[in-house]
Ligand binder design. Structure first.
Ligand code: ZN
Length: 86
């Protein structure tokens, strides 16, 4: 039983390893981060319920995720993006 468990765990590990690692979209293009006026870009980082997507989903690095979050919050205040979906 124990052995089977371990084998299964190893299998799962293999599957995870094969998964392609996401790279930060802003690091790739050496961009300092999104602008709050760049609504088209920011829309990719919010869910259909207008929530900011977590880093594990977007694949952003910590620095750019912070900048994305700040830009989204600014865009919301400027009424370019929604706070909640209707
Ligand atoms: Zn980055």
């Amino acid at each position: 039983m124990k052995v089977a468990d371990r084998e299964r765990r190893e299998e799962l590990k293999e599957v995870r390893k094969k998964k392609k690692r996401k790279v930060c979209a802003f690091c790739v293009e050496h961009s300092p981060g999104p602008d709050w006026k760049d609504v088209a870009r920011l829309r990719k980082f919010i869910s259909d319920r207008a929530k900011i997507l977590p880093r594990r989903v977007t694949g952003n690095c910590a620095l750019h995720q912070r900048r994305v979050a700040r830009a989204i919050k600014r865009a919301r205040i400027m009424a370019l993006l929604p706070f909640v979906s209707e």
